[in-house]
Design a binder for this molecule. Structure first.
Ligand SMILES: NC(=O)c1ccc[n+]([C@@H]2O[C@H](COP(=O)([O-])OP(=O)(O)OC[C@H]3O[C@@H](n4cnc5c(N)ncnc54)[C@H](OP(=O)(O)O)[C@@H]3O)[C@@H](O)[C@H]2O)c1
Length: 232
């Protein structure tokens, strides 16, 4: 059995990624604030084990317990591999930093940076006894280095996430870690991010199926420990 923990599965790239992983020898753990009932029914009709956790990742103090609960559901006698995909993120606040409410900045950093760090930390800790292939994939963005006005929180959280991948890459061998940057993809997040970009209408958006396929290729076939790569 291959186990997958996917954050941000309710819509966008994470939802399509989860759909592509619906297979009877996969057990999927989905995390988002809204439970995606369509995914739960699809899993049931395809005979796939799925546990859905409606969790707000900004409640960062609950995440160690969440990971502990998930790892306890794993059957050590049949596990082949386990994957954590830190995909959930927000783009807001999309505004000049002086206009942002303190809590808006704090929530953003908690969801986009602190939550993936804590989930990775707990994942490494609670899977220690499992002697199988263990991988963490963090979803970043080209905006980690391609800087634009009003997106400082997003660029900062994604740059931090990329540095985290590289740092854990040099300290860890047991669990492997990687980052990928999907290209511009047709999702709610993309719509929320382009308010400042005059050339937005010229950009050709990828479908979520393309982004999800590329992420899966790197996760399953072209995994490079400690590296962050573009996935388009
Ligand atoms: N779309 C693009 O052009 C693009 C480009 C480069 C990188 N990316 C990256 O790709 C990943 C997926 O983005 P997307 O475009 O698919 O975004 P999206 O359509 O807005 O979906 C975001 C997902 O994250 C979840 N999420 C947001 N806040 C959360 C919270 N507080 N707690 C738990 N879950 C939360 C949402 O679920 P709920 O609302 O139900 O909680 C949703 O499932 C992100 O890491 C993004 O930075 C996207």
């Amino acid at each position: 059995m291959r186990y997958f923990i996917i954050t941000g599965s309710s819509r966008g790239i994470g939802k399509t990624l989860t759909e592509k992983l619906l297979s009877p020898n996969h057990h999927l753990f989905c995390i988002s604030r809204e439970v995606n009932n369509e995914l739960l029914s699809l899993a049931e009709s395809n005979n796939v084990s799925m546990d859905y956790f409606d969790v707000d990742l900004k409640d960062v103090h609950k995440l160690d317990d969440l990971m502990n609960q998930i790892i306890q559901k794993i059957d050590a006698s049949i596990i082949e591999s386990i994957y954590l995909v830190n995909n959930a993120a927000v783009v807001k606040p999309v505004e000049f930093i002086s206009q942002s409410e303190p809590n808006g900045i704090i929530d953003h950093m908690n969801i986009n940076l602190i939550a993936p760090m804590l989930l990775t930390s707990s994942f490494i800790k609670y899977t220690k006894a499992l002697k199988v292939d263990k991988r963490v994939m963090n979803i970043s963005s080209g905006l980690s280095f391609n800087l634009k006005p009003m997106l400082s929180c997003y660029s900062t959280s994604k740059a931090g996430l990329e540095t985290f991948v590289k740092s854990i890459g040099v300290e860890q061998g047991d669990v492997k870690i990687m980052g990928v940057r999907p290209g511009a993809t047709d999702t709610q997040m993309y719509e929320e991010s382009v308010v400042t970009d005059e050339r937005a209408s010229e950009i050709k958006l990828a479908k979520t199926s393309y982004a999800a396929e590329r992420i899966l290729t790197f996760l399953l076939d072209r995994f490079e420990h400690g590296k962050v790569v573009k996935a388009w």
